[in-house]
Write a protein that binds this ligand. Structure first.
Ligand SMILES: [Zn+2]
Length: 82
């Protein structure tokens, strides 16, 4: 009888610890999104320019980031953090 209770108590402590850990991770991710909402644009690697395949010296603005070189992070887009 007591062993069942202690097993249940252990499970309850583990679940609570896991929930607290997840919460702490989520909060720190949210703070990070607020402080640094942008990331390097992946197609142009943060340069903001797209090179021509045919002519090595010609380039234009990257259409993904419109020449800025940065993009909103996926989390900032999902949770609408500005
Ligand atoms: Zn880009």
């Amino acid at each position: 009888m007591t062993s069942i209770l202690s097993t249940l108590a252990t499970i309850a402590i583990c679940v609570t610890a896991l929930a607290l850990l997840t919460l702490a991770l989520l909060v720190s991710y949210r703070v990070s999104l607020k402080r640094h909402p942008y990331t390097d644009c992946r197609p142009c690697k943060g340069t903001g320019e797209r090179r021509s395949r045919l002519f090595a010296n010609s380039f234009g603005n990257c259409p993904t980031c419109t020449g800025t070189g940065y993009q909103l992070r996926a989390g900032a887009r999902l949770f609408n953090v500005r």
